[in-house]
Design a protein around this ligand. Structure first.
Ligand code: PHE
Length: 340
């Protein structure tokens, strides 16, 4: 009996299966109802009482070993099968991994960049955490000047004043300080204002500003550049108009409207029945600003403009609530898969 058990243990240890049939034969021979191990249990009655306990333990161990071996080989064969499949059949479909999509603000930012780079503008970026000089003082907002109320911000530090930038005009200052004209650049980036959040305003938003400085740059250049942009972005039939406005850093200053892209200028609830919607601020760079940035204002002139990417995106896609851009709701974001 002992020899029999010993030889079975060795057989179990040495056994290898090349396929499921061989494994199944092995299982049936040892573990089925009529199998060798089951047969050994019927010998129980012939074993003297005092040895039965030990006999039972040894037999159970044998049975477990056999079962473990079967399980192990079954897993192994399963692994080989799946590995084989992927190795051999190259036409099988791969597991589908869903790619993300660009955020609508990125889509629109890229489109705007694309339009301006076609006419010779290059892209530059600057820090979101700015000092007072680059965000305000250099741009003709002296300390205590009421113009500062137009752009309330988040101060991080006082004396020296460090704040989150309220516009990317701060990057224009950095460009003028370090580049000898001609300068023809656009400045995309995130900006911050201390405003109550609503459907139309947010304390974080994105801008693209632009700057063109050279000899003899005039308001006509500004108008034609922005007219070109409006037509490229909103469509060939888009009309533009300029209304006088005020910014501390430009003189003269204007706001540019486009004919309402929803109703074509006839009047609807988006344009509040006037047929026009405002899309950006612009103007000729104030000579003081040029001098603050060490550019000779007798030799050079320039224009600047700035627009909110959220605003442009809302007009383009008829989005009515600015908060949607920041909520990461996939039902909203997935709609922009094939836009542009
Ligand atoms: N910096 C202005 C703003 O954020 C926009 C602007 C830029 C206006 C350049 C005129 C010229 O409101």
């Amino acid at each position: 009996m002992k020899d029999k058990i010993q030889s079975l243990l060795e057989e179990i240890k040495a056994f290898k299966a090349e396929n499921n049939e061989q494994l199944e034969k092995f299982r049936i021979r040892l573990l089925s109802k009529k199998g060798v191990i089951t047969g050994l249990f019927t010998e129980f009655k012939n074993v003297p009482k005092e040895h039965r306990k030990e006999f039972g333990r040894v037999l159970n161990e044998l049975k477990n070993k056999a079962q473990e071996k079967v399980n192990f080989l079954r897993d192994e064969l399963e692994d080989v099968k799946t590995a084989d499949k992927s190795d051999k059949d190259l036409t099988l479909p791969v597991d589908f991994i869903e790619l993300g999509t660009l955020h609508p603000l990125s889509i629109v930012r890229n489109k705007i960049i694309d339009i301006f780079t076609r006419i010779g503008f290059t892209v530059a970026e600057g820090p979101e955490i700015e000092d007072d000089f680059h965000n305000f003082t250099a741009l003709n907002f002296p300390e205590e000047h009421p113009a500062r109320d137009m752009q309330d911000t988040f101060f991080i530090e006082k004396d020296p004043d460090i704040a989150l930038r309220t516009h990317t005009s701060s990057v224009q200052v950095r460009a003028m300080e370090t580049t000898k004209p001609p300068i023809r650049e656009i400045y995309p980036g995130r900006v911050f204002r201390n405003e109550a959040i609503s459907a139309r305003a947010h304390c974080i938003f994105h801008q693209i500003e632009g700057l063109y400085i050279d000899k003899n740059v005039s308001f006509a250049d500004l108008k034609q550049t922005l007219f070109y942009f409006a037509k490229e972005f909103f469509g060939e039939n888009t009309k533009t108009r300029f209304r006088p406005s005020y910014f501390p850093f430009t003189e003269p200053s204007a706001e540019m409207d486009i004919s309402c892209n929803i109703c074509g200028g006839k009047g609807c609830n988006i344009c509040k029945y006037v047929g026009w919607v405002e899309i950006l601020g612009c103007g000729m760079v104030d000579p003081n600003v040029l001098e603050n940035c060490r550019i000779d204002s007798k030799k050079y002139t320039g224009f600047a403009f700035g627009m909110g990417i959220e605003r442009i995106t809302m007009l383009k896609y008829r989005i009515e609530d600015i908060r949607l851009f920041f909520e990461n709701d996939l039902r909203f974001l997935k709609q922009f898969k094939s836009a542009f």
